[in-house]
Design a protein around this ligand. Structure first.
Ligand SMILES: *Cc1c(COP(=O)(O)O)cnc(C)c1O
Length: 346
């Protein structure tokens, strides 16, 4: 039986990257790669990003940062922000990866490792601006900056960035976060230079709230053409990935399609619209390896059905599917299992 295919388009990714860069300039794009590049495949995403001229890559964990570095060679900056253990810190330093630092314990660990192996760590300090998900508290910021300046004099670290993450729950909260962020930058400036990389925003705020953008914008979803849940379509951006499966049987007014929950399709997606050679049809049910779809005239075994994509065959986008089950577009993509074959197209 033919396996379902996730086709990722290199051309579409480059077009999205260009649209994002146009929109956010002069802020620089950091292309976010977490969750295997939102399920699209990290190796492909880094290669395509490099070819499109992306200068910053957000790798989340050190392991994916190292994979990105192996592809990038001496090109590009890599930012890894999850708190990592000592041997991972060593790996990061040896692979020229910048580290995001959100706690004093992690800062100490990095200073120790940098001194031990004799490689200066490039760090981006994170200020907690209200999300309470990792980050230095405003009351410990001044002391932390002092500690970092001392470690800089000892040659262990270089403070190259200050960053935070927005809740994106309301504009007012994000404005308040921005004030706290700018205050943290100012405190750093009083003790010496302000680092080059100031970053606060992800896809939505980078796109819609220009006043919140820093010198760098960390963007995942919009690069891959995943719009925000309940958000509008975006000019110049379209889905990079389409998921298709094959008709395995035709029974009267419905067809069986070789894809199901074992491939990572939530069974709650039943009743959504999928694409067929004759346009949009209803997804009737999702089984383990087979789903049922409303038939069309001339439906035949071997026909393709599109579960999500750019809409060329009447299918929904990943975000539209996600909205019907109260989640976000990334979730639909990152849930796909290894049974789904990844295919790169131009
Ligand atoms: C996931 C993530 C991003 C990217 O978010 P998108 O909405 O996909 O652009 C940026 N920064 C951090 C810290 C993240 O975890």
């Amino acid at each position: 039986m033919t396996r379902p295919e996730l086709r990722v388009s290199t051309r579409r990714l480059s077009l999205n990257i260009a649209a994002v860069r146009d929109r956010i300039a002069p802020s620089e794009l950091m292309m976010v790669l977490k969750d295997d590049a939102y399920g699209h495949g990290l190796t492909w995403a880094v290669e395509a990003g490099l070819a499109a001229g992306v200068g910053w890559f957000g790798a989340y964990d050190v392991r994916s940062g190292v994979r990105a570095r192996e592809i990038l060679g001496a090109h590009g900056r890599i930012f890894s922000w999850v708190t990592s253990v000592d041997h991972e810190i060593d790996e990061a330093l040896r692979h020229d990866i910048d580290l995001g630092v959100g706690s004093t314990e992690y800062l100490s660990a990095i200073i120790d490792r940098a001194a031990a192996i004799g490689i200066r760590a490039r760090i981006h300090l994170k200020i907690d601006t209200g999300l309470h998900r990792n980050g230095m508290l405003p009351e410990e910021w001044e002391q932390t900056i002092d500690d970092v300046r001392r470690a800089e004099e000892d040659g262990a670290v270089a403070l190259v960035g200050i960053w935070s993450h927005l809740a994106e729950a309301s504009d007012e909260e994000d404005d308040q976060a921005r004030r706290e962020f700018l205050h943290a930058v100012e405190v750093s400036g009083e003790t010496g230079a302000i680092p080059d990389a100031l970053h606060l925003t992800a896809s939505a705020a980078s796109w819609w709230r220009p006043e919140l953008r820093g010198t760098v914008s960390r963007i995942g979803a919009f690069c891959y053409g995943i719009r925000s849940a309940d958000g509008p379509d975006l000019e110049g951006i379209a889905p990079v990935a389409e998921l298709s499966a094959t008709v395995t049987a035709v029974h009267g007014d419905e067809v069986a399609v070789g894809i199901g929950s074992f491939d990572g399709i939530p069974s709650s997606l039943a009743a959504s619209t999928v694409g067929t050679p004759a346009g949009g049809r209803s997804l009737l049910s999702v089984g383990e390896t087979t789903s049922r779809v409303a038939s069309w005239p001339g439906a035949a075994v071997g026909d393709s059905v599109w579960i999500f994509g750019a809409g060329d065959h009447g299918e929904s986008s990943a975000t539209t599917l996600a909205e019907s089950i109260d989640t976000v577009g990334e979730e639909i993509l990152t849930r796909l299992t290894a049974r789904v074959r990844r295919v790169v197209v131009d």
